[in-house]
Design a protein around this ligand. Sequence first.
Ligand SMILES: Cc1ncc(COP(=O)(O)O)c(C=O)c1O
Length: 342
Amino acid sequence: MIDIKQLVRANILELKSYTSARDEFFGEEGVFLDANENPFGILNRYPDPYQRKLKEQLARLKDVQPQNIFIGNGSDEVIDLALRIFCNPGVDKALIFTPTYGMYAVSAAVNAIEVLEVPLTQEFQIDVKKVEEVLADSSIKLIFICSPNNPTGNVLRRSDIETILERFKGIVLIDEAYIDFSQEISLISALDRYKNLIVSQTFSKAWGLAGARLGTAYANEEIIALFNKIKPPYNVSTLNQQAAIDVLNEQSVFEENLRVIQSEKQRLIDELQGIETVLKIYPSDANFLLVEMNDAERTYNALVERQIITRNRSTQVANCIRITIGAPTENNELINALKELV
Ligand SMILES: Cc1ncc(COP(=O)(O)O)c(C=O)c1O
């Protein structure tokens, strides 16, 4: 049985967290003379530090309790806080599966936490045997698994993820930033079974709110309490909380946008397959395609010249560019440009 307290850095466990004015009084009505706010203006009041209204809606959507939800300034904040809660700088390590999202390593470096890399297999799946060998290192405290993975685009096999959740006695953070684009069932449904599981999602992708900076973490109450303990008190602004509530209330817009992105993705795949310079289109469960070109560098630069910006991911996967699925007109521009470049 995993005891979360045993996994937490001692200073975080002992920490007496900051209590804001809004921690002491929750009501919305009254004469508020407690937080040194300005009495005049529209945004003059501090936001709800625990985003209660937003969490109530999310709890219904995700079939969890509000106490199982943390909301951060993007899921990048979730990544950073997880490292700070569970890894001692200069002592503990985090494990990632490469190629993957770059912020795990950057955030770990900022926190002086060494990162061990286990390469994904040729099919971009987890090499479970290799993981078992690496896990002999007891200084590994946190494992990041990105599924669907960025930049490869594929979902990682759920049975492999669950094997790791069972064998590893530290924390496993599953980054599901792109889950809404895939057919895969979120691991949120497995929270009851794994005490060491954190699932992070985001409003930046399928919900279309990258500019608002809203990331979520789902975990057991004890872990969520730790996130709340160390986060900056007002990490999600009033405007951003409302932006999230607004998109959640427009479920039909969400579904329609998703439908268009999916059909555009298929159209893009079909078109790319007919282009000579395209060598391979990797299977994608996300809103982007990893595409091997005959000369990725040349294609990337030629597209930039036409003000079409893709991502050259050749340092991660040889000779590949990553293409986000755009609006129909944007995708047309890309296709036309690629045809001209041949
Ligand atoms: C896998 C993955 N996780 C997290 C993020 C960051 O999300 P957010 O905008 O919520 O910080 C990204 C952004 O591209 C991503 O690709």
